[in-house]
Design a protein around this ligand. Structure first.
Ligand code: PLP
Length: 495
């Protein structure tokens, strides 16, 4: 299977090239030229095997230049007991007969980013081999908190790679910062940027498009690569857990083969929900895709009106991984819904760049209306949802998951649709102790990792072991850079 660009369908790359390159040279996103189909027999067979086996099977349908043995080995490495603290990897927690919470945070960094970032380094390493690449990949990441740590954890000491992460100095939670500055590995580096996430992101983009920098790095044996969710190697591992969730529900007799479920996803860059959309396109019985936003509600408006308009205030919220006004992966959805019309997609993206705004065609609007539903959840409602879940079900959820749980309730009220729904839980509540403590009526005491103890003392819910271990860990990185110094920081790292 080949991959082409959402902005130019004459581009044709193998899956290994697509993973290595990350983004198409025309700025488009690399996308499979066809969507493989699965049927009841496939799902039935997967319902009795391990998560790792499911991952190898589903990914193998798209990555035709990787062997099944390779993918099986990668899945063992990525999702084994040394990495994930639950043997089911992505277990379902039953809220009631109609709602199941898909826990995606059992990996090494306690956020759902691990689901893809434990796999991507292995896909990339193999891609370097398969394409005869001799240079070292230097992965640059701008993070609002979760991606940076998960990417370093995935790439630490992976041969022929180096990774440098930039995070906004005052824009991440105390636990997130501690996770990043204590990261081990000879090939990793972390730098705080004086500014917000957009500043860090703009700096990384500047470095990527700096031709003279690329040349000087190439002369020293490096090429730049990305671990952001625009890389197909990040989206595909996420398709797996929606298939897996369906298989678990089948296996536990919670639904009959062919019966549809809804999926509800707390959304930022549109990567996670796009993976659910691809699962639906492959033939997984999914009814509605419910897109949950925080008060950065640009996607809610888009799904309701067909107009994408980023010209609005940016809100810093207690669910920071969803504080985003330009959801990059939406481009892949537009490409698919337009009948793979690269010219049309190019037009939307040009309008977005020029005016911060575009309106999709009537065909796309109709397709969105049939398949998606968008809603958003404000800050007080987020706290209230955490409190209610804790009180009613004894189940503690983080701020991002609470947004999804709340929007699902809104969806039910407005549509009356009672279809069984799986909603994604994207982080452990221990990553956002401060807000979670306040939500359940406690006053946070102390700072940083002290709050882990406090949340444990109050709830008795086990602290993920890697987060508990942060307390004794030495800080390895103390570097801070002004925005304009980011290039120099990269040059110094690659000396
Ligand atoms: C990244 C992230 C999200 C948003 O996921 P997208 O794929 O960007 O839509 C939601 N919750 C958490 C905890 C995250 O880290």
């Amino acid at each position: 299977m080949k991959y082409y660009s959402t902005r130019d369908t004459s581009v044709r790359l193998t899956s290994a090239e697509a993973v290595k390159q990350g983004l198409s040279r025309d700025g488009g996103l690399l996308t499979p030229e066809m969507i493989p189909q699965i049927d009841g027999e496939f799902l039935q067979a997967l319902s009795t095997v391990s998560y790792q086996e499911r991952a190898a099977k589903v990914m193998g349908l798209f990555l035709t230049d990787y062997t099944e043995e390779e993918l099986r080995e990668f899945a063992q490495n990525a999702y084994g007991p040394d990495k994930f603290d639950n043997p089911a990897v992505a277990p379902l927690w039953k809220v009631n007969d109609g709602a199941y919470c898909l826990e995606l945070w059992h990996g090494p960094t306690s956020a759902f980013k691990d689901m893809a970032l434990q796999m991507l380094p292995q896909l990339l390493s193999a891609a370097l081999r398969k394409t005869g690449e001799e240079k070292t990949a230097c992965i640059l990441v701008a993070t609002s908190g979760d991606t940076g740590k998960a990417a370093m954890e995935g790439f630490a000491d992976v041969p022929q790679t180096k990774i440098m992460v930039f995070y906004p100095k005052d824009g991440v939670s105390a636990v997130q910062e501690a996770q990043m500055v204590t990261q081990e590995g000879e090939n990793v580096n972390v730098c705080a940027v004086v500014g917000n996430f957009d500043d860090a992101q703009a700096g990384v983009k500047r470095i990527f498009s700096d031709v003279s920098m690329r040349k000087s790095l190439a002369d020293r044996g490096y090429f730049l690569s990305s671990a952001n969710s625009i890389n197909w190697g990040r989206i595909l591992p996420q398709v797996v857990y929606y298939v897996s969730a369906y298989c678990d529900l089948l296996h536990q007799d919670c639904l009959q083969l062919g019966e549809k479920m809804n999926v509800c996803v707390p959304t930022g860059n549109f990567g996670n929900i796009l993976a659910a959309y691809y699962a639906k396109r492959m033939g997984l019985p999914i009814n509605r895709l419910i897109c949950a936003s925080n008060c950065n509600d640009v996607l809610t408006d888009f799904l309701r009106t067909g107009v994408y308009d980023r010209n609005r205030p940016f809100h810093t919220t207690m669910s920071p991984s969803m504080d985003i006004l330009v959801s990059s992966n939406l481009e892949r959805l537009l490409f698919d819904l337009s009948g793979e019309n690269d010219r049309e997609v190019r037009g939307y993206m040009e309008a977005l760049a020029a005016d911060g705004k575009y309106e999709v065609s009537e065909e796309i609007k109709a397709a969105l209306e049939g398949q998606f539903w968008g809603g958003f959840c404000g800050e007080p409602e987020t706290l209230d949802t955490i409190a209610r879940y804790y009180k009613e079900y004894g189940y503690l959820i983080d701020t991002h998951t609470a947004v999804a749980a709340n929007v699902l309730e809104q969806y039910r009220r407005e549509t009356g649709d009672q279809t069984l729904t799986v909603f994604a839980s994207t982080a452990s509540p221990y990553k956002f102790c401060d807000h979670v403590l306040r939500a359940i009526g406690e006053v946070p005491q102390g700072n940083g990792t002290d709050l882990l103890d406090q949340l444990y003392a109050v709830t008795g819910i086990a602290v993920p072991s890697r987060l508990a271990a942060l307390k004794g860990k030495a800080r390895r990185f103390e570097q801070t850079a002004e925005k304009a110094e980011m290039e120099n920081a990269v040059q110094a790292f690659l000396k």
